[in-house]
Design a protein around this ligand. Structure first.
Ligand code: KE4
Length: 435
């Protein structure tokens, strides 16, 4: 194990950042709020490794919160960017790369017959919801507790007190009017879905769901739950949106919908399809997508949508994934890591479970042995976050960089080796022996 706890430059840089940027970060997920301490400032990435501003090396399991499935500075991506940048970075006009990336997405994702490229997962989910409302001419939407779909006003909501689970804002700046049309249901609860559709079915424009959730930690949607969603939405003419920003090209090349054989009406994507550059996308049935301006009347636009650099990185990434099909190998690696971590927690009698799907995973520190499984936000929220924080720092101080929250998933790349995984298990075991 390497001691990576000496980080004076991260401290200096974060002090400076704190005077310039709210909270010193351009996204709160990086602020280490859940684990305390000073965020680690990263200077570069290479393969499965990150190097911080003090030269410390870490095995990286955050992978930019999912995009870097090929690892950092993959030769194919670097070459594609170097080639593209010489010809200019953005024109605000159609380019061939946009057709190529659209083709790759359409070819890969079962539900997608047409696709619109945007710049982030948030833009994708925001646009998909607007499209579903425009297409159905209905206003209500359903989301699930523990699911995160980006900072879309209508989805920054918490379950209200009302029995009907109408929502209330959970961020200043989100109005009660915006929240009022959003219903929140418990994840992995088919009965709640059926009951809600019995009450509001023909008023519901869309259901948006993470088919494999990553934002309460990794929690896999059951076939019963996802199948109920598909049946109820079909019955009521509601648009079913699979938010595959995280699971897309991650749990299978065609995403969770390919893995589970359940086809939504619309799919949102991001992360992997940009190969580390800003790309989001929403796509689905031609019948619905033809409502999007200028083909239809549902407005959505973006200066840098489909820009040459981002599409070049996305194309390079998807072509490597399509041509090498690394998914079986990724599953073996994540199983190796899961087995090793479970052996370690069991060795020291620490109540914990591992959830994983494809190459995303979470080690949950249960608050008591009575909790048999983490299946939704209620069970996830009971986890021992103080223990998680201790675990996080013990790994971070010994060369293993995990997401800084119990309620995030971590990821493997195609360039994580068994040696790295075994080293990670050793570091984790050493950490857990101190608990
Ligand atoms: P972005 O706007 O951050 O590109 O995507 C939003 C989004 C939408 N849908 C799902 C399922 C997502 O996981 C995300 C973003 N994921 C978080 C990590 N849990 C991004 C990290 C961050 O916000 O910095």
């Amino acid at each position: 194990m390497t001691n990576t706890s000496y980080r004076p430059n991260s401290k200096i840089l974060m002090e400076q950042a704190g005077t310039l940027i709210p909270g010193g970060v351009n996204s709160p997920a990086r602020a280490f709020g859940a684990v305390g301490g000073t965020p680690i400032v990263i200077s570069r990435g290479e393969g499965a490794y990150l190097f911080d501003a003090d030269g410390n090396r870490y095995i990286d399991y955050v992978l930019s919160w999912g995009p870097m499935i090929l690892g950092h500075s993959h030769p194919a991506v670097v070459e594609a960017l170097q080639k593209t940048v010489r010809d200019g970075t953005s024109f605000g006009a159609p380019t061939q790369n946009e057709n190529k990336l659209a083709e790759l997405v359409i070819e890969a994702v079962p539900s997608v017959e047409m696709v619109r490229l945007v710049n982030s997962g948030t833009e994708a989910t925001m646009s998909a919801i607007r499209l579903a409302r425009g297409y159905t001419e209905r206003r209500r939407i359903i989301k699930f507790s523990g699911n995160y779909h980006g900072h879309v006003d209508s989805l920054l909501v918490a379950a209200g007190s009302a029995a009907a689970t109408f929502s209330v804002p959970n961020s200043p700046g989100v109005t009660s009017g915006t929240a009022a049309d959003t219903l929140i249901l418990p994840y992995n609860n088919p009965q709640a879905v059926t009951d809600t559709f019995d009450c509001f079915g023909d008023e519901i424009a869309a259901v948006i769901v993470e088919p494999v959730a990553g934002n309460m930690g990794c929690v896999v949607g059951t076939l019963d739950f996802l199948g109920t969603l598909r049946r109820e939405t079909e019955k009521q003419g509601t648009v079913l949106i699979f938010d595959e920003v995280m699971s897309g090209f991650r749990v299978a090349y065609g995403g969770a919908q390919q893995r589970f054989g359940i086809t939504p009406d619309l799919t949102t994507l991001g992360k992997v399809i940009g190969g580390g550059l800003p790309v989001g996308a929403y796509g689905g049935k031609r019948e619905i997508m033809r409502y999007v301006l200028p083909a239809g009347k549902v407005f959505q636009a973006g200066t840098l949508s489909g820009n040459p650099l981002a599409t070049a990185a996305g194309i390079a990434t998807l072509e490597v994934l399509r041509n090498t099909n690394p998914y079986a190998q990724l599953e073996q690696k994540i199983q190796r890591l899961a087995d090793g971590l479970l052996n370690a927690v069991n060795k020291y009698n620490i109540p914990a479970v591992v959830n994983h799907c494809g190459s995303m995973m979470t080690l949950f520190f249960k608050s008591s042995p009575e909790i048999s499984a983490i299946i939704d936000w209620d069970t996830a929220a009971k986890c021992n976050t103080a223990l998680f924080a201790k675990y996080f720092w013990s790994l971070a101080n010994n060369g293993v960089y995990m997401p800084c929250s119990q309620f995030e998933a971590f990821f493997l790349s195609t360039v994580h080796t068994d040696v790295m995984i075994d080293e990670t298990i050793d570091v984790a075991e050493q950490a857990l022996s101190q608990f």
